[in-house]
Design a protein around this ligand. Structure first.
Ligand SMILES: [Zn+2]
Length: 226
């Protein structure tokens, strides 16, 4: 990539501070003390904070994006039904964005964000899907615990980001971020750099995304810089 001298950490292309926390999941080392405290607090309330997703590099997000565009990964409608891959780039872009972030603009690139469930109430052999149904079902008590902790300012800096009424990404209760750390990282984010990354990437719907990047950022990126 011809982006010499640019800090590429906000885009998942550079991070020297990654450490493994659970089952191979990587996070930025700055959040570890806070994550340990939140895990301990959950444990004291009878929950096992289990990570289902953490740091994700640009290449991984790009691969998800491109495989969805090619129909190699299921493309799901807003209601979760499998749908046909639209021919039109605009339609296809919005269809992918229903469930997947733009490569380079996923909060999972920061290393400060994790997807969590309660391992203690997860049935043996159950494969977690990260859906609203799980949050109001088997993980409801855990999410209530998290909500209470956030409300009482006892969540050690962690908070939800994808909440109802904010931007166009669907609410994700399972996604929590260490906001003081992510804020610092996002200060270095530049849409212009993202544009240059796309220009040099083999990305599906590149033409539409580049032509509409500002509008896409207003709906799918900036609302989550919290
Ligand atoms: Zn997430």
């Amino acid at each position: 990539m011809m982006l010499d001298g640019v800090d590429l950490s906000p885009y998942g292309m550079q991070n020297e501070n990654l450490v493994e926390v659970q089952n191979g999941y990587l996070v930025d080392s700055s959040i570890v003390p806070f994550l340990n405290k939140l895990t301990e607090s959950a444990k004291n309330s009878g929950f096992e904070l289990r990570i289902e997703s953490a740091y994700r590099p640009f290449e991984k997000q790009l691969s998800i994006w491109n495989r969805k565009a090619r129909g190699e990964l299921p493309l799901l409608s807003a209601t979760g039904e499998p749908m046909e891959v639209p021919k039109d780039e605009e339609e296809l872009t919005y269809a992918i964005l229903t469930w997947s972030a733009l490569p380079g603009a996923s909060r999972h690139h920061l290393g400060t964000d994790i997807d969590v469930v309660d391992g203690a109430s997860c049935p043996e052999g159950y494969e977690v899907e990260l859906t609203p149904a799980e949050c109001s079902g088997m993980f409801a008590k855990f999410h209530q615990f998290l909500s209470n902790a956030i409300e009482k300012d006892e969540s050690f800096g962690f908070n939800r980001v994808f909440v109802p009424g904010r931007g166009k990404i669907r609410p994700e209760q399972w996604h929590v971020a260490h906001l003081p750390t992510s804020r610092k990282k996002l200060e270095k984010f530049s849409l212009d750099v993202l544009r240059r990354i796309y220009e040099q990437s083999d990305m599906a719907c590149k033409k539409f995304v580049l032509a509409n990047l500002e509008k896409l950022a207003e709906d799918y990126i900036y609302p989550y810089f919290v």
